[in-house]
Write a protein that binds this ligand. Sequence first.
Ligand code: COA
Length: 168
Amino acid sequence: MTTKIKLLPLSKISKRNIQQLLKITSDMETMQYIGSGKQLWTEKIILDIMKYSKNDEKNNIDRLYFHYAIMKKNKLIGYIGLHPMFEPHKNDLQIRVFLSPNERGKNYSVMAMENLLVMKKKGMTQKNIWCISKTTNIPSNKMAIKSGGIFIKTIKIGDGKYNIYTYK
Ligand SMILES: CC(C)(COP(=O)(O)OP(=O)(O)OC[C@H]1O[C@@H](n2cnc3c(N)ncnc32)[C@H](O)[C@@H]1OP(=O)(O)O)[C@@H](O)C(=O)NCCC(=O)NCCS
């Protein structure tokens, strides 16, 4: 039997889920590629995102941010979301995804991406979606390709090199 994961709007997660998310966002291994090595979110930031994304959910047109918890039954095991791309594609959206370290290597991020793309097909957003993966982040590059990302080019941002993928 395949394990099912589901995407739950972040505004709907429980208090226990907030603590699970907090634990993942304070894991330094996770933050190596997200949040430039620093803790990405404090509890206050998570509560703020939950509040603002609830307002965003009412305004589907031109939405700039999408925030989802990756759920395995009632346990929050990760996050997937969309936020604005940088110039010259600032009207498009880019993916942010991360999983609890002990839930990696099980294809869950690919499943989460597939769920997100189904939601896009159903009209969640008309905007283009991109995935930006540091060239040294092998799991992220593999996830991008396995989830249907089309490699466009490698770019330099600061000291790092990043592969850019887009989705049909
Ligand atoms: C990137 C990330 C979301 C991938 O999620 P995942 O569900 O574990 O992805 P998968 O299970 O599809 O595994 C990805 C692939 O990388 C491989 N992999 C994992 N760690 C690896 C490593 N250190 N070196 C080489 N390959 C590795 C896996 O074996 C798998 O390969 P396969 O497709 O050939 O089997 C997850 O690793 C993560 O949360 N990383 C920290 C945050 C991050 O980097 N986010 C992405 C920023 S753009």
